[in-house]
Design a protein around this ligand. Structure first.
Ligand code: SF4
Ligand code: SF4
Length: 469
């Protein structure tokens, strides 16, 4: 007997029983939700493109400058040293995700995630336009290579380069990106490599990986089971109304009375909800990890209900508890729960702490370091010279000049080539300087106080240990 046995049912919706890839070719259900999602999707695409271009206080509205470890959000720049602020910001994002999921399930996945938005409103429509219906696409699969498929890939490749640049604009200044695009690759091989690799990854994602991003790669899908509860709003199938499912039958009162036909629920088992699902699941099996709340099954089923003259909503937004208890839930009952009260409370506390930390934040990060090389030198005159480096990161939003002086050390001399030290807004500058004193005044070691003053809002005293022979 073979060591591996074919499972009786799919382990993943995107895999066939034999473990090969199951390609998703969802049939479009262009209903009311689809129209709303399309408007939202295109508004979001415009926003994704515009955000790095919009300037707030002379800076991009969002810029995550990883090499410089500077994170700009709507005019405020946080540095890697702003640990508390960054930690509170991240905590706030996590709690907001928890709250939105507890209330509205995977609304983000279906309505807002760039993966879904680009896939469903850019790449998939192009595929349908070029390759045709589901049957036409399956015919193309049988051919080794077809002109239509090559055309689709060519358009995908161009779009992937565009989207890679949109994505990178959140990490690299737009001016730098424009320079990378408009100049020869030999002038900026690293930049060219970054754009090239990101474009290839985009192409692989939207041309090949697709639904697997939501099903196997995204950690959010795995988290949802702990974030959701039975009162969260999810896309569900009303099994109370739909079961027992069966083909639509013409029934007369007499036939029913004598039991000639079996009474069935509203689900006519047409599988329209399954054929339209981009992750290949059957919503009638209950809430599943693969469901991204895209609402396509709602639109598909509503169209069927319209056709057979039954009320819409066999597949709809609702809470699992409604199905279990066979009741409809009020908005208040849906919204008010322990977790939906605790999360906003947590957000309020985090928001307060964030604002408090922001007001306490100084306008510059100032540090003193020992000079590179020998810690001190004894000069020909017998005096001892220590080399220092003062590091100033100006994140005040405007240019400043920082005056460095010694505190209570009239017997020592401070030599700074540029004093005050000019530092432009957002810049980090390290300035070397010397402290010279008689050997007796320094001894084997002496603590020193340096004052750094920008003349406006920052006056910081730094301590430094001078060393002597
Ligand atoms: S089950 Fe319905 S809502 Fe969930 S992914 Fe499939 S089509 Fe979208
Ligand atoms: S689309 Fe509606 S009627 Fe058709 S199988 Fe799905 S739930 Fe049943």
């Amino acid at each position: 007997m073979s060591e591996f046995q074919t499972p009786n049912e799919r382990v993943l919706s995107t895999l066939n029983l034999d473990g090969t890839r199951r390609w998703m070719r969802p049939v479009l259900a262009a209903g009311d939700f689809w129209k709303k999602r399309m408007i939202t999707g295109w508004a979001l695409i415009a926003l994704f493109v515009a955000l790095p271009l919009i300037q707030v206080g002379g800076k991009p509205s969002i810029l995550l400058d990883l090499p410089r470890r500077e994170f700009t959000f709507f005019g405020a720049t946080l540095l890697a040293t702003d640990t508390v602020l960054l930690m509170l910001g991240l905590l706030g994002i996590f709690l907001s995700v928890f709250l939105i999921t507890a209330l509205f399930g995977r609304a983000w996945c279906g309505w807002g995630c760039p993966q879904t938005v680009y896939m469903e409103f850019v790449f998939r429509p192009i595929e349908r336009l070029i390759e045709g219906s589901l049957k036409d696409q399956e015919k193309l699969d049988a051919k080794k290579l077809s002109g239509r498929r090559v055309l689709k890939w060519a358009i995908y490749a161009v779009l992937s380069v565009v989207l890679a640049n949109v994505f990178l604009a959140y990490f690299v200044r737009v001016e730098t990106l424009v320079h990378w695009i408009t100049s020869a690759p030999s002038e900026h091989p690293e930049g060219f490599a970054v754009v090239g690799i990101t474009s290839v990854m985009m192409f692989i994602d939207f041309a090949w990986f697709r639904d697997q991003m939501c099903v196997v790669a995204c950690p959010y899908a795995r988290l949802q089971s702990v974030l959701l509860d039975k009162r969260s709003l999810v896309v569900l199938y009303d099994s109370n109304r739909g079961e027992p499912r069966g083909k639509l039958q013409r029934k007369s009162v007499d036939e029913l009375a004598i039991g000639a036909v079996q009474e069935v629920g509203d689900c006519v088992d047409c599988a329209a909800c399954v054929r339209t699902c981009p992750t290949g699941i059957d919503i009638r099996n209950g809430l599943q990890l693969e469901c991204i709340s895209c609402t396509q099954c709602i639109d598909a089923c509503d169209a069927v209900m319209d056709k057979i003259k039954k009320p819409r909503g066999l597949v709809r937004y609702g809470a699992q508890q409604e199905i279990e208890d066979k009741v409809s839930m009020s908005a208040k009952h849906h919204l008010l729960r322990v977790r939906t009260a605790l999360y906003p409370l947590g957000l309020l506390i985090i928001g307060g702490l964030f604002l408090f930390a922001l007001t306490k934040r100084t306008n510059a990060e100032v540090n003193v370091l020992r000079g590179i090389g020998a810690p001190f030198v004894v000069m020909d005159s017998g005096d001892v010279q220590n080399t220092l480096r003062v590091k100033i990161h100006n994140h005040s939003g405007k240019d400043h000049a920082y005056q460095v002086t010694l505190n209570n050390a009239s017997d020592l001399q401070l030599v700074v080539p540029n004093n005050p030290i000019p530092v432009k807004a957002g810049e980090l500058r390290t300035e070397g300087m010397f402290v010279i004193g008689k050997a007796a005044a320094i001894g084997r070691g002496r603590d020193l106080e340096l004052v750094v003053d920008d003349g406006e809002t920052l006056k910081k005293t730094l301590t430094f240990r001078l060393l002597g022979p």
